[in-house]
Design a protein around this ligand. Structure first.
Ligand code: MLT
Length: 234
């Protein structure tokens, strides 16, 4: 039987974030995408995933907020996770400035009753500058936001703001681990990944060139190759 690969989307994202991986890796695993729109804490998101995944053991990949939930799953049930992939994420909590920016974005979205102003501000941070004119990519991102909806977004931001500092947990992670980020990731910086890599010397650490925050969509071939090799490790 093929192993289950649990995929955890980021803020304002859903299954479409992982669509290129679902298509490309289905010969070696059974992908399962979590819905992280329903809870307002990372602890509750992790507990719900653990409750809903049928497989006793699974490989686990999270991007950005999905990475925060992956860290929490490693705290709640490390014995169920055979492989861990952390994409464009961070173990550290928000700085005070970041927390303020988050609250501003939440206020703007609530007042506008639309993601239009947030999308306008966030798009340059989400993808590499060269992809801002890629209408298909921008459409996928906007549609994911619309499907998440404003209440789902506010719950996710609440969860992100109240997350733990996961840095002390890194040294306990023992399964095959992949750390991957875009060189031009403007949200979860390369330096955040270097900080994590320094605490996880056994992890494979990959930086993708010409790539922003949404690596699964921006560089699907490179991400798929890295995940395929990671899934093959024992
Ligand atoms: C995400 O993509 O999940 C977010 O950028 C995470 C965050 O805002 O911390």
């Amino acid at each position: 039987m093929k192993p289950t690969l649990v995929l955890l989307p980021g803020l304002l994202c859903d299954r479409a974030l992982w669509a290129p991986q679902i298509d490309a890796l289905a010969d070696v695993c059974t992908p399962w995408v979590a819905d992280l729109t329903r809870d307002d804490s990372v602890e509750k998101m992790a507990a719900r995933v653990l409750d809903e995944v049928q497989a006793a053991h699974f490989a686990l990949a999270g991007l950005s907020m999905g990475g925060y939930v992956a860290f929490e799953i490693m705290r709640q049930a490390p014995e169920r996770v055979t492989h861990l992939a952390l994409l464009d994420t961070r173990a550290r909590p928000d700085s005070p400035d970041e927390a303020e920016r988050r609250k501003t974005l939440m206020r703007i979205t609530e007042a506008a009753r639309s993601f239009a102003p947030v999308n306008k501000r966030m798009m340059p941070l989400l993808v590499h500058a060269a992809r801002l004119g890629d209408g298909e990519l921008v459409r996928i991102i906007q549609e994911m936001a619309d499907r998440t909806g404003i209440p789902g977004y506010l719950r996710q931001q609440q969860a992100i703001m109240s997350r733990a500092d996961f840095r002390p947990t890194l040294k306990h992670i023992a399964c095959p681990t992949l750390l991957l980020c875009g060189r031009q990731d403007a949200i979860t910086l390369v330096s955040f990944h270097e900080e994590m890599a320094s605490q996880m010397p056994h992890a494979r650490f990959l930086i993708l060139e010409q790539c922003g925050h949404l690596s699964t969509l921006e560089k699907p071939d490179e991400v798929n190759a890295a995940l395929r090799s990671w899934l093959g490790k024992h």
